[in-house]
Design a protein around this ligand. Structure first.
Ligand code: MG
Length: 217
């Protein structure tokens, strides 16, 4: 875990969902696989053909020195509208099959909730975000939830962060973005003046209340 920036007077914490509020490599891989398979059906390429197209796009970005981007944005580059990505995700992904109640997470969020407003900003649709928080047993901790369908523009675009801060009612400078992908979750938030904390998974979120307290003291 690494605090990249915190800001002078943080009032709100904006959490990423996948690989941040839970650590489940099998589920993360499933989400990509099932969506790539759906893409393959749509484009008549088969799952392997679609996976090759996505891999090629990622390689092109890397060769051009561009940062990592979201799967939704890679799909958009292949002609799949974000609205379609939202629909596919809602059809193909059932968080309750993969996630279970996490009492340690709830306790950590409960401690942070005493000091900060908590928001979820995810590149999954709002419905999947809500179902994930329900499955983890932590939905009541979050006062704001921004999903892919709220701005139709996934991270690393600025829009989801701008919209989250607007709904929280805080200037971006009072918000801290917390996620597992620097290029996607942190860099665009820092551009807006937000703080940023890089985590390796939910184990780091368990330790976050203590870390924040040390920093604020
Ligand atoms: Mg993530």
């Amino acid at each position: 875990m690494k605090i990249v920036a915190l800001g002078a007077e943080p009032s709100a914490l904006i959490f990423d969902l996948d690989n941040t509020l839970y650590t489940n490599p099998g589920y993360a891989a499933f989400q990509e696989d099932v969506l790539v398979e759906r893409l393959g059906r749509e484009l008549g390429l088969g799952a392997e053909g679609a996976a090759a197209r996505i891999a090629a796009l990622r390689a092109e970005r890397a060769a051009a020195g561009l940062g990592k981007t979201s799967l939704g944005r890679l799909f958009a580059a292949l002609g799949i509208e974000i609205q379609t990505s939202v629909k596919w995700r809602e059809e193909c992904i059932d968080p309750s099959k993969w996630l279970k109640r996490d009492a340690r997470l709830d306790r950590a969020l409960g401690l942070m909730e005493q000091e900060y407003d908590l928001a979820l900003t995810t590149n999954n649709p709002r419905l999947i975000g809500e179902r994930s928080l329900d499955a983890l047993g932590v939905r009541a901790r979050f006062s704001v939830l921004v999903g892919l369908d709220d701005t139709l523009s996934g991270k690393p675009a600025a829009d989801p962060f701008v919209e989250t801060a607007r709904r929280l009612g805080f200037e971006p400078g009072r918000c801290v973005s917390i996620g597992d992908r620097f290029d996607v979750d942190l860099a665009p938030a820092m551009e807006l003046g937000m703080g940023a904390i890089l985590v390796d998974g939910v184990e780091d979120v368990y330790r976050l209340p203590e870390l924040l307290e040390d920093r604020q003291a």
